[in-house]
Design a protein around this ligand. Structure first.
Ligand SMILES: C[S@@+](CC[C@H](N)C(=O)[O-])C[C@H]1O[C@@H](n2cnc3c(N)ncnc32)[C@H](O)[C@@H]1O
Length: 345
């Protein structure tokens, strides 16, 4: 299911940039591992406008160029056709004057499809993008997010869809990688305690419960119909470490048969940058609008497509009011899973 980001993505998502920075050590390890070749293709899957990853790619390109000065480098930014791909092209172009002087290209296709020819990619990277499901696994009762719901039947369907999608993504990527190429995925996840983005175990408000409460209020007030309320579902899934590694532990899975192997994995926590700033400056108005905008950037599509633009606008107005009314009760903390993989055959 396609997600449409609102415009000015990187301006609204400081947290995503911190998540990328937290993975930069493993990204450097991946490019350091690449054998000498005449050319290397590097690709960023689900790059949005590319702004959050500019400094990471500069470091990676410089490092690879320093190690392999004769190799031609190509950097591809991938995202959906509906993405702001003009902004992505501009951000990729920032790399051209650098020492590595790469060729830069856009792949405006879903990462649920092949994006480049088989055995062309030396290093594939993706941050905070591969949690969106390829299709709806059916209805969800009484909530907007399956992990926050009590709908056991939906949980089973969503988990099965997420695992099948993940295996498909890894199968596609394993075909695109060269032998010896590496893939690093940085994904929103669920840790061993069941914590995930928006659920920090009760330290602050559960963000998905809050979104659901407001969405339910809009239904009881007649601003959205009961049918549209039911359709208001965020079609993503935060997998556990075991779910992320499962296709690589199964010698019969397509990614495994294509030679993709797990090198390492870890769970990383990134605390909410908006909340950290509020702790210092107590500027509640800026905190409320900034935090609301970052939540809106990835969730708005789910509500606007179900109940229309006006209902979605009302939801985020109320969300901002809630944050402003009790700022100490709000924080959007990230739980990210890093998975480093290599194609060995
Ligand atoms: C939260 S943004 C992350 C952007 C950037 N990687 C970062 O970490 O800041 C998620 C991006 O994934 C993209 N995306 C979602 N589903 C996709 C798909 N099937 N194929 C390609 N991109 C997809 C969205 O369009 C969006 O730009």
């Amino acid at each position: 299911m396609a997600i449409a980001m609102t415009t000015g993505y990187s301006a609204q998502t400081e947290g995503a940039q911190l998540c990328i920075e937290a993975a930069s050590d493993w990204a450097l390890t991946c490019v350091d591992h690449l054998d000498d070749q005449s050319n290397h293709v590097l690709i960023d899957y689900g790059a949005a406008d590319g702004g959050t990853a500019v400094s990471l790619w500069t470091r990676l390109l410089d490092r690879l160029h320093a190690r392999q000065p004769k190799a031609h480098l190509t950097l591809i930014g991938n995202d959906l056709p509906s993405n702001d791909n003009a902004a992505l092209a501009s951000n990729l172009a920032l790399q051209i004057p650098g020492q590595a002087a790469p060729t830069v290209l856009i792949s405006a296709r879903s990462f649920y499809e092949p994006t480049v020819a088989p055995e062309t990619v030396s290093f594939g990277f993706s941050a905070t993008a591969m949690h969106w499901l390829s299709q709806s696994p059916g209805p969800l009762d009484g909530h907007v997010h399956v992990l926050a719901s009590n709908d056991a039947d939906a949980l089973e369907r969503f988990s099965a869809q997420a695992l099948s999608d993940w295996t498909r993504i890894l199968a596609l990527r394993s075909r695109e990688l060269k032998v010896g190429g590496r893939l690093l995925t940085v994904n929103l996840s669920r840790d061993s305690k069941g914590l995930y983005l928006g659920n920090n175990g009760g330290e602050t408000r559960h963000v998905f419960d809050q979104l659901h409460q407001i969405w339910h209020d809009l239904m009881t007030e007649g601003l959205v119909s009961e049918a549209d309320y039911q359709k208001g579902t965020i079609l993503n899934f935060y997998k556990s470490p075991e779910e992320f590694t499962a296709p690589l532990m199964d010698s019969g899975s397509e990614p495994y048969r294509n030679g993709l192997r797990l090198v390492d994995e870890r769970t990383v926590y990134v605390t909410c940058p908006y909340r950290r700033r509020w702790n210092n400056d107590r500027d509640t108005a800026t905190f409320a609008s900034g935090l609301m905008a970052t939540i809106r950037s990835w969730s708005r599509h789910s509500f606007a497509s179900a109940g229309g633009e006006e209902a979605a606008d009302e939801l985020y107005k109320r969300l901002q009011h809630r944050i402003a009314a009790e700022p100490e009760q709000w924080s959007l903390d990230y739980v990210e899973h890093h998975q480093m993989m290599e194609r060995v055959a």
